[in-house]
Design a protein around this ligand. Structure first.
Ligand code: CP
Ligand code: NVA
Length: 304
């Protein structure tokens, strides 16, 4: 049997993603009803973190527990991974001792090399290039609130980082549009974004233009993990790329504000917006739990 990994959003087809959303909806309602659901009894997830996390660790660890399985947390500091054990060797060993692996690391190449040497499915819990689990949760949140995302417009304001790249991949797969506005020098790179074409996104110099008519306005930190040495320069470069109420007024009336969190109020977003009525940031965070449970079940057991 070929192993299915989730290293990039478009590792799954549109119909696979849709079936994960359907399952997530069902899993969420069962969870809310305190109804036990243990399809992954006796299965183990290993979570490898080379960067910090709150949401990703908690949602995978609780999710696995709620599905009847177990999760083991490893970090670079206190495993042999931080002492130079080749990633290929680590993959061989780790994947013989568990049923599924989630990795948060730096370059995408690291997770790709791990997956090539793994006997079990590997899930991307964030790399410098992509954050596919986040966008699964974000689109699921949009669908819950507003229905299908097909043909809708997402305005991405700020850095063309891992979260932005993943929105772009999702747009190509699920047929919606992304308006991207970044400062000069931080534009989307097609190849790094893993895109086949630029058919589903448009770049805007002015962030206000990007927000016009959007159904979702979204942003992220100006300095992602691993880029801390550029922080000072980025604060200057991104000063005009803050999502505020004037920008939200240009979007559609029922537009949602999204942010993967953690957020920096007063930098990429004002408190008024993130704590305002259009913001769905807590729902996005919660939905990480439900969509990832559906993803784990799909990768381990297939669709049923
Ligand atoms: N959004 C997200 O992935 O959060 P953490 O860094 O806390 O995992
Ligand atoms: N772009 C951010 C996302 C954090 C969840 C980072 O990579 O640090």
């Amino acid at each position: 049997m070929t192993i299915k990994h989730f290293l990039k959003f478009n590792d799954l087809s549109a119909s696979e993603i849709e079936s994960i959303f359907d399952k997530a909806k069902w899993i969420k309602s069962k969870y809310k009803a305190y109804d036990k659901y243990w399809p992954l009894e006796d299965r183990t997830l290993v979570m490898i973190f080379e960067k910090a996390s709150t949401r990703t660790r908690l949602s995978f660890e609780s999710g696995m527990h709620q599905l009847g399985g177990a999760a083991i947390y490893l970090n670079t500091r206190d495993s042999q991974l931080g002492r130079g054990e080749p990633v290929e060797d680590a993959a061989q060993v780790i994947s013989r001792m568990c049923d599924v692996v989630m990795i948060r690391t730096f370059e995408q190449d690291i997770i790709e090399r791990f997956a090539r040497n793994s006997r079990v499915p590997v899930i991307n819990g964030l790399t410098n290039e992509y954050h596919p689990c986040q966008i699964l949760a974000d689109i699921f949140t949009f669908i819950e609130k507003r229905g299908s995302i097909k043909g809708k417009t997402v305005a991405w304001i700020g850095d063309s980082n891992n979260v932005c790249n993943t929105w772009l991949q999702a747009a190509e797969l699920l047929d919606f549009n992304v308006h991207v506005s970044t400062p000069k020098g931080y534009e989307v790179e097609l190849e790094r974004a893993g895109l086949y074409s630029d058919d589903h996104f448009e770049q805007f110099d002015d962030p206000m233009d990007a927000a016009k008519g959007a159904d979702i306005v979204t942003t992220d930190v100006w300095t992602s993990m691993g880029f801390e040495s550029e922080k000072k320069e980025r604060i200057k470069d991104f000063a005009d790329w803050q999502v505020d109420t004037d920008m939200m007024k240009l979007a559609n009336k029922d537009a949602l504000f999204m942010h993967c969190l953690p957020a920096h109020r007063g930098e990429e977003v004002t408190s008024e917006v993130i704590d305002g009525s259009q913001s769905v940031v807590w729902e996005e965070a919660e939905n990480r739990l439900h969509v990832q449970k559906a993803l784990l079940e799909y990768l381990l057991l297939g669709s049923k």
